[in-house]
Each structure stands twice: as structure tokens, then as C-alpha cells.
Design a protein around this ligand. Structure first.
Ligand code: NI
Length: 161
């Protein structure tokens, strides 16, 4: 396992669309392990492969709740319901936060790391994380969807006290 470099704001790759995974091989499983390790190191809830420079439709999520450590390969949101206004950030924008409107519930189908089709019905934080990460796979970033007037920029120098 290894920590990978997270691509940050301004890196063009973040605006690119990721490709479907055709074969879940050892290389893909290694990438998934590295993505979990990288996400945990930086205290993220979700990470997409594009954020470590790989344009494949792979997402890892760990909300910290039991059963919510999830791998989604080639995910497809098939249903969404309701709305939630939430505070959001992104490991690729380490000092930016803002409020955003997301569906309150989503149903997603995907493959897991064993290539088995899974279907997850998620709400609240998990639904938010799934939507945020699926957006990444389409080159869409939370920063474009932040509600006007809610963007907060944290100066790293303010975080030391
Ligand atoms: Ni993100």
C-alpha cells in the first residue's frame, strides 16, 4: 500500500471525464487499497481515482459508520429523492468549504472490488458523498455548485492556534 499524491485545484485532470473500468485486476485492487490509505491519511470521507491522477470510474467512501466503507466501480445513480443543504469540502480543495444542495437519498448500482454488482440505497452523508464522488468521475467539481455567499476559504496560518 502507498499514499498517492492528491491532485489539487488548478490541475486540469480534475475536469476530465473518467473511463469505465473493463477489468478488475490486481492493478485496480492495488489502486483501491492506495485510495483508502490516501483518503484516511487526509481524513476524507470519499475519494475518486481521478483525484490521484487515474481516469478510471472508481470511488472509495468511508463515512466512519459501520457498513459504510464502500468501493464503487463504474457507479450509476439510478434514483434520487429529496434535497439536503449540506456543508461540503473536497480533498482536492483543501482550504475551501461551502454549502451545497444535494439529493437526500440516492440509489446507486456499481461493481465492488470483486466485480460483483452491488446496489446501495444511501441517505444523508453517504448520499452526499456518493453524489460528490460521481461528479468527480464526470469532471464536475463541488466548487461550481456552492450556494452564492457560502464559500469559506480557510487560511492555513489561521489553523495553527
Ligand atoms: Ni472531492
Amino acid at each position: 500500500m502507498a499514499i498517492r499524491t492528491i491532485r489539487e485545484e488548478g490541475d486540469e485532470i480534475l475536469r476530465k471525464k473518467s473511463r469505465e473500468v473493463e477489468q478488475i485486476d490486481q492493478k485496480v485492487r492495488e489502486l483501491i487499497n492506495d485510495m483508502f490509505e490516501t483518503m484516511h491519511k487526509y481524513n476524507g470521507v470519499g475519494l475518486s481515482a481521478v483525484q490521484v491522477g487515474i481516469l478510471k470510474r472508481i470511488i472509495v467512501i468511508d463515512t466512519g459508520e459501520p457498513g459504510e466503507k464502500i468501493v464503487l466501480i463504474n457507479p450509476n445513480i439510478i434514483k434520487q429523492k429529496g434535497e439536503q443543504t449540506v456543508e461540503e469540502g473536497c480533498l482536492s480543495f483543501p482550504n475551501k468549504f461551502g454549502k451545497i444542495v444535494r439529493p437526500n437519498e440516492v440509489t446507486v448500482i456499481a461493481l465492488n472490488e470483486e466485480g460483483k454488482e452491488i446496489k446501495i440505497k444511501a441517505k444523508e452523508l453517504l448520499a452526499q458523498a456518493i453524489c460528490h464522488e460521481v461528479d468527480h468521475l464526470n469532471g464536475e467539481l463541488f466548487i461550481d455548485k456552492i450556494l452564492p455567499g457560502t464559500l469559506e476559504i480557510i487560511n492555513p496560518e489561521d489553523q495553527t492556534n
